[in-house]
Design a protein around this ligand. Sequence first.
Ligand code: CTP
Length: 385
Amino acid sequence: MVVAKLAELPAGQAVIDAVGNDASVWLVGGAVRDLMLDRTPTEIDLVVEGPLDELLERLGGEARRFERFGTATVLLGEVRVDLASARTETYAQPGALPEVAPADLENDLRRRDFSVNAIAVRISDGELKADPAALADLEQGTLRVLTQHSFLDDPTRLWRCARYSTRLGFNVDPQTKSLAAAATAGAISGERIGDELRLALREPQPTAVFAAVEELNPAALPEGFCPAPQGLDEALELLGDEGRSELLTLAACCKGVELDLLTRWLDYLGFSADERDLVAIGSRWVTAAPLRNAQTPAQIAAAASGAPIEAVALCGGDNARRWLEQLRFVELEIGGDDLLAAGAQPGPAIGAGLSYALELTLNGEISGAQKQLEAALKRCGEAAQ
Ligand code: CTP
């Protein structure tokens, strides 16, 4: 049944053909889970009991290999196929990257995060192997870790738990909940948590994932973080397809996080300086009054120009809408050269003249190059006196 569903996925039949009657290749993890739930997997995960070389050759496509972990990724058209040699993982210290050693499939399944991800189907004949709780958990919609130390081994699993429970609508088993509540970040790198945060932001309901993280273990989020910020839907609608909606969402959730703590947290998570600044500015802009209080288009422009569009969208309200939909596209038809050509003296008065002409244009008092030039020259002359 699972192999038949695999055949219907883009690149699914190509994978089945490449495997042929090789009994060492298993479909595993999220791909099996999603196919059994009649969902479309985001990628195809394969485990090979043995080396990857032959299968990689038969698959063709562009492969990237990660020797340390015995894994590889192949792109077949748009579809990502992840391959791994069956392995065990041991953690030198909680949260560290694992030491890996070759193993059989049963042991490979035991190292995994949740029972519903510990299911494998052999591609050549459809044989199924799974953690003993896996099929019932899949049926009942339960997320259950496989060992007591699962979250200590790999603290990113807290975030994975929140993502899966939100996306799949699954409940977290009570014992798993208490293990999650006791988990700490251990020696995990901030970048790995940052990767999880980014994945959460790409989910259809990122704020629901944050709420799930908070419920599982509030210490995983900085003090003041709000998973259900007011005005977020309006801000996302205002932003539309432009800009960084995921950073806007994060900024909205971080309104209550003290600025110094927020920037340190974003640095720790491996956000770039540009991303960090955008989130920081966006999160503060929510309380900025000048845009909301602006009475004229020129005042709206004075309040909003120079700010990232995400920050303006977060401000919300009619003025933000007017700026984003209309006013930010208003431009002068003249430039400094036109003023110089018309006899104005070089210097700061040129800038003052152009600003004045733009103000009048925004307010609808003048339009067209000629009127703009006249207004700018007049102000230029005044400013130069
Ligand atoms: N896995 C794990 N612990 C982790 C990461 C991954 O046990 N910290 C295992 C799980 O069995 C998972 C598989 O590796 O199913 C593949 O990882 P990934 O692609 O991240 O998980 P998917 O379940 O495929 O996630 P998604 O549906 O979000 O792509």
